[in-house]
Ligand binder design. Structure first.
Ligand code: DGL
Length: 288
């Protein structure tokens, strides 16, 4: 078991931000990454569809004999995590709770923002996780902004005020590698205009792709706002669980790093190597 790989899946390439952290923090672990590139994006799909896709991804990875499953996708972690957990015998780690915990630790003013896909924002998963960790309950939800691009929510929960906003175009910008140009800046300014007025001190990047836009988001929000990268927090949780379950890799051999995709690998390799900042080898296209 100790020398079995860690399985990681995402709707596409975004989860490589989590894989990159695994490579950095746990360099001796073997990994298998599955990107469902034929069916990305998940963020705009119904809960039923996201859950069905997630089960297919999970089945594929467990058939490879993984020792632990990482659900790198925020949308899947928001919608299907508990169902996945019930269906497998290995530990399952999602990205929501680690991000929520880090935001609670970081905030001084208890005014937190959350940005993510439509699916993640609609599910209120981060708000629910913050509430559970603080023993709070949502008391009031106010909608701000007239047009869909300006719309955001203000959620009062106990001593916290949480602002949530879907930023769907950030995924395409990250996929295109448009992370530092004028289009990225304008989009960020437009999406974040409302949240900027709300004097947050902490903002959760609640989507796999957003860490690659960190510089632009920070430029718009101001350096006084702490950005929470769920990928970083999640890998700290993985490290703790490997230790607690006594399943850290013990082999002295070089770890294996396999990749699987559901569409042809060309684009995944091109964009993924930029995300990972290293070569992607051992990649195969599969049917789920
Ligand atoms: N991986 C998704 C997430 O973190 C973003 C891309 C998608 O919509 O599938 O929510």
């Amino acid at each position: 078991m100790n020398n079995s790989p860690i399985g990681v899946f995402d709707s596409g390439i975004g989860g490589l931000t989590v894989l990159k952290e695994i490579f950095r923090v746990l360099p001796s672990e073997s990994t298998i990454y599955l990107g469902d590139t034929a069916r990305v994006p998940y963020g705009i799909r119904s809960s039923e569809t996201v859950t069905r896709y997630s089960f297919e991804n999970t089945r594929f990875l467990t058939s490879k004999g993984i020792k632990l499953l990482v659900v790198a996708c925020n949308t899947v972690s928001s919608i299907s995590l508990e169902a996945i957990r019930k269906s497998v015998s290995v530990p399952v780690i999602g990205v929501i709770e680690p991000g929520a915990k880090a935001a609670i630790e970081a905030t001084r003013t208890k005014r937190i923002g959350i940005i993510g896909t439509e699916g993640t924002i609609k599910s209120n998963s981060y708000v629910n996780a913050i509430n559970a960790l603080r023993n709070n309950k949502t008391e009031e939800i106010t909608e701000h902004g007239e047009k869909s691009m300006d719309r955001y929510f203000e959620i009062r929960s106990g001593d916290f005020v949480i602002f949530t906003k879907a930023c769907p175009l950030f995924v395409s910008l990250a996929e295109e590698g448009w992370t530092a140009n004028d289009v990225a800046l304008l989009t960020a300014e437009h999406y974040l205009r409302g949240l900027k007025k709300e004097r947050l001190d902490t903002l959760i990047l609640g989507c796999t792709h957003y860490p690659v836009l960190k510089d632009i988001i920070s430029k718009v929000m101001g350096t006084e706002v702490t950005l929470i990268d769920s990928a970083v927090e999640t890998v700290m949780t993985i490290k703790d669980i490997l230790k607690r379950e006594n399943i850290e890799r013990s082999s002295a051999e070089k770890p294996s790093r396999e990749f699987y995709v559901t569409d042809s690998p060309g684009r995944f390799i091109k964009v993924g190597e930029r995300f990972l900042q290293q070569k992607i080898e051992h990649i195969k296209k599969i049917e789920l």
